[in-house]
Design a protein. Structure first.
Length: 282
């Protein structure tokens, strides 16, 4: 089946526009219902989400379900794999910089506390010392869940795009957005798996953006864009975030220890590309 023969649907959710292409229109409700479930449970922008409930109970042991535990453990695994550069405890920093639940985009005074072990897990209970945010890998998890549901229904070829984070099975030509001009692409890759991009140009206000270095607690400005290709959406999303926030040189070193292919463009227009990142430049 040619890519052009697929049926396409779009919906605004999880803070972006999600586009899904399927051979059968009957599967669209299943996909978008799952996205809605994940957003309502894990969005820090929804006041009564389970994530918001946990964030409102700092320094208390709170019981969570198996899915929530899995995501927290994955976040800690990503943190270890990226030398601390994947960090879900940056919500206070984002709020301080103005990327808060009201989208005020107004910087506030003060500095947040940083703890050595901000997330503790004991059986099915969790204690957090700092508020947490799943934005660094949440879209990727949603893509993987949709992929799992589609596979269970027998779908073998499909395309799911959540604001540039993509899981696609089959051979799909993917455009890579130019970091200096969102209206054009600089290259294409042939994808059968997952790709995620991380760049500051989409969510920037005044002198800030949402990609925070875990050590300095400031927006990372040494990179323009990072693209990561791997098997699963959550891995691609998390590692693209961590490599961007680590900076150009540190991001390159981190990427070499991970099971990914990567392309990094620095703010000085230097480009690093791993051997297996097969891009066709336009």
């Amino acid at each position: 089946m040619k890519n052009t023969d697929f049926i396409s649907r779009e919906k605004e959710c999880i803070g972006t526009v999600v586009q899904i292409k399927l051979p059968d229109s009957a599967l669209f409700p299943l996909c978008f219902d799952e996205i809605k479930r994940i957003e309502s449970k894990y969005s820090r922008f929804i006041e009564n989400s389970q994530l918001s409930l946990l964030n409102s109970n700092l320094n208390k042991w709170i019981e969570v379900d198996d899915e929530f535990l899995m995501l927290l453990r994955k976040a800690l695994e990503y943190k270890e794999n990226t030398k601390g550069n994947f960090d879900i405890t940056i919500k206070d920093t984002l709020d301080r910089l103005g990327y808060d639940s009201k989208y005020s985009f107004k910087e506030k005074k003060g500095m947040e506390k940083i703890f050595d072990e901000p997330v503790l897990i004991k059986k099915n209970k969790v204690m957090i010392k700092s508020q947490i945010d799943f934005g660094g890998f949440g879209k990727g998890y949603a893509l993987d869940r949709i992929s799992e549901l589609l596979e269970e229904k027998g779908a073998k070829e499909y395309y799911i795009n959540a604001g540039g984070d993509i899981v696609a099975h089959g051979n799909w030509a993917i455009l890579l957005e130019h970091p200096d001009d969102a209206s054009r692409a600089f290259g294409t890759v042939l994808l059968n798996g997952a790709i995620a991009g991380s760049a500051a140009n989409r969510r920037r206000w005044e002198n800030s953006h949402h990609l925070i270095n875990s050590s300095t607690r400031l927006p990372q400005n040494s990179n323009k864009a990072v693209f990561v290709i791997t098997e699963h959406g959550m891995d691609a999303d998390a590692y693209a975030t961590a490599i961007f926030t680590a900076g150009f040189s540190d991001g390159i070193e981190i990427s070499k220890s991970l099971p990914i292919e990567v392309l990094i463009t620095s703010s000085q227009n230097k480009v690093y590309k791993s051997k297996g990142f097969n891009v066709s430049y336009l």
